[in-house]
Design a protein around this ligand. Structure first.
Ligand SMILES: [Zn+2]
Length: 393
C-alpha cells in the first residue's frame, strides 16, 4: 500500500486532534543533546499553544500533549521525521524518512505539511521489458518495491512446426523459408499484442498508484511502441531508456535507475517552468508571481500550481470571507473585515485542495528559475496544446 493510500483516512479523524510534526533526525545537532532538542521544542511550543486556547479546551489539549511527550521519551528514532495524531479516541504515528519541519496544531487534523512531504517525495516507477515479459518497480523515499510481472509466453498450440533450414534456392528449401517467415510474422504479431496489453497495464498501474514518472526500460522500438500506445495525458510522464536489463536484482535496479529518474524529473521540471514563464501573460494559459496566482486560484481558474521547493513567506487571510492576498493592511479588500497572517506553506495546499488544483513542486534549476518569477505560478484551466514525452540518456 502506498503512503498516499495509507493516509487517506486522516482528514476524517474525529476532532479535536493534536497534530505534531517533529524533526527527530539524530543527524540534526539540536537532537544530539540531553534532553533531545525536539523534547525542549515540544515543551515550549506546547506551553505557548496552550495559553492561546480557550480555558475549556486546555485540559484536553494537555492530556494529548502529555501522551506525545511520554511517547517521544521512549521512542527509538529510527526515522528522520515523525507525524503524530493524538486525540481522545485516536493515536496514529507515521514515521518518515524525510526531514519535516516542527509543527504543532490543535483542532482538525493538520495535513498541510503532509501534502508537501508527499508531493516532494512522490512515488516513481520503472517497467523493465525483455523477452520474457515486464517487471514493475516502484520507488519511494529511497526504497524499492516490486509488483507482480506481466509474463510473455508464445502460444504455439495452433502452429504447424516449420523445418528450420537456411534460405536456399532449391524449391523445397524455399518453401521452408516461406514457412519460417510466416512463423516470424506470427511471433511478431503475438509480441505486438503483448506490448499493447502491457501499455494498458502500465497505464492502470501508474494511475492507481499515482506513480510518475514511469521509466520504460527495454529495446528501443518496443518501448517506443509501448509509450505511443499510452493515453496522451500519461505519455507526458513517461521517460524511456533504450537498454535491455535482464536478470538484474532490485538492489542493482535501484542503484542504476534512481539517478536517471531524478535527472529526468529535474529536466521535466525545468521544461515545465520554462513553458510556464514563456506562456505567462499573453496567451492566458499561465500566470506567475504570488499576487496573480493567488487571484486566479481563488477565482477557480487554476488547473495546476507550480511551486518552488522551500517557498516561504506569508499572506493575509480575511477572517470573514476567507479571501487571501499578499498585500499589507489589516482590512480585507473584498468585505472590509479583519485579517490574519498565515504562512504560505499552509495556505497553498489548502487552496489547491479546495479548488481541486494539482500541485507540482519543483527543485534544482527549475526552482531557481521560478524564484526569479516570484517562486510560484499556475497553469490555467484552458485547452492545452499536446505535449510530448522526452528521453533520458
Ligand atoms: Zn473578506
Amino acid at each position: 500500500m502506498s503512503l498516499t493510500a495509507s493516509i487517506s483516512h486522516l482528514p476524517h479523524l474525529p476532532s479535536p486532534i493534536l497534530t505534531a510534526y517533529i524533526d527527530i533526525n539524530p543527524g540534526n545537532p539540536r537532537n544530539q543533546s540531553t534532553p533531545r532538542g525536539y523534547m525542549k521544542w515540544l515543551k515550549s511550543t506546547g506551553r505557548a499553544l496552550s495559553e492561546e486556547l480557550p480555558p475549556s479546551e486546555r485540559k484536553a489539549f494537555e492530556t494529548q500533549l502529555d501522551r506525545i511527550s511520554r511517547h517521544l521519551k521512549t521512542a527509538d528514532p529510527g526515522s528522520r521525521g515523525l507525524v503524530l495524531f493524538a486525540g481522545p479516541q485516536t493515536w496514529e504515528e507515521i514515521p518518515l524518512q524525510v526531514e519535516v519541519r516542527d509543527e504543532l496544531h490543535w483542532g482538525k487534523p493538520s495535513l498541510q505539511q503532509m501534502a508537501w512531504v508527499l508531493d516532494e517525495h512522490r512515488l516513481r516507477g520503472a517497467v523493465l521489458i525483455d523477452g520474457s515479459g515486464a517487471r514493475f518497480l516502484r520507488f519511494f523515499l529511497g526504497t524499492i518495491a516490486e509488483d507482480p510481472p506481466l509474463e510473455f509466453t508464445l502460444d504455439i498450440s495452433s502452429w504447424r512446426m516449420p523445418h528450420m533450414v537456411k534460405p536456399s534456392t532449391s524449391p523445397v528449401a524455399k518453401r521452408a523459408g516461406i514457412e519460417r517467415d510466416r512463423v516470424a510474422a506470427r511471433i511478431e504479431e503475438q509480441r505486438k499484442r503483448f506490448l499493447k496489453r502491457l501499455s494498458d497495464r502500465i497505464a492502470d498501474w501508474a494511475n492507481e498508484g499515482q506513480i510518475r514518472p514511469v521509466l520504460l526500460v527495454g529495446e528501443a522500438e518496443e518501448i517506443e511502441f509501448v509509450a505511443q500506445s499510452m493515453p496522451e495525458d500519461l505519455r507526458d510522464r513517461i521517460a524511456t531508456l533504450p537498454k535491455v536489463l535482464t536478470r538484474i536484482s532490485s538492489g542493482e535496479i535501484n542503484k542504476r535507475l534512481q539517478p536517471l529518474l531524478t535527472s529526468w524529473e529535474r529536466e521535466y521540471e525545468a521544461a515545465l517552468v520554462k513553458d510556464l514563464i514563456s506562456n505567462e501573460g499573453s496567451s492566458h494559459q499561465a500566470v506567475t508571481g504570488l499576487d496573480e496566482t493567488l487571484d486566479q486560484i481563488q477565482k477557480g481558474n487554476v488547473r495546476e500550481l507550480v511551486v518552488a521547493r522551500g517557498l516561504t513567506g506569508s499572506v493575509n487571510q480575511c477572517v470573514n470571507c476567507g479571501w487571501i492576498d499578499a498585500s499589507g493592511g489589516p482590512v480585507c479588500p473584498v468585505c472590509g473585515s479583519g485579517r490574519q497572517v498565515r504562512a504560505l506553506r499552509t495556505v497553498i495546499p489548502e487552496l489547491a485542495l479546495s479548488q481541486s488544483a494539482a500541485i507540482e513542486i519543483v527543485a534544482g534549476k527549475a526552482a531557481s528559475d521560478l524564484r526569479t518569477a516570484g517562486g510560484i505560478g499556475a497553469w490555467l484551466r484552458t485547452p492545452m496544446v499536446a505535449s510530448k514525452g522526452r528521453k533520458v540518456s
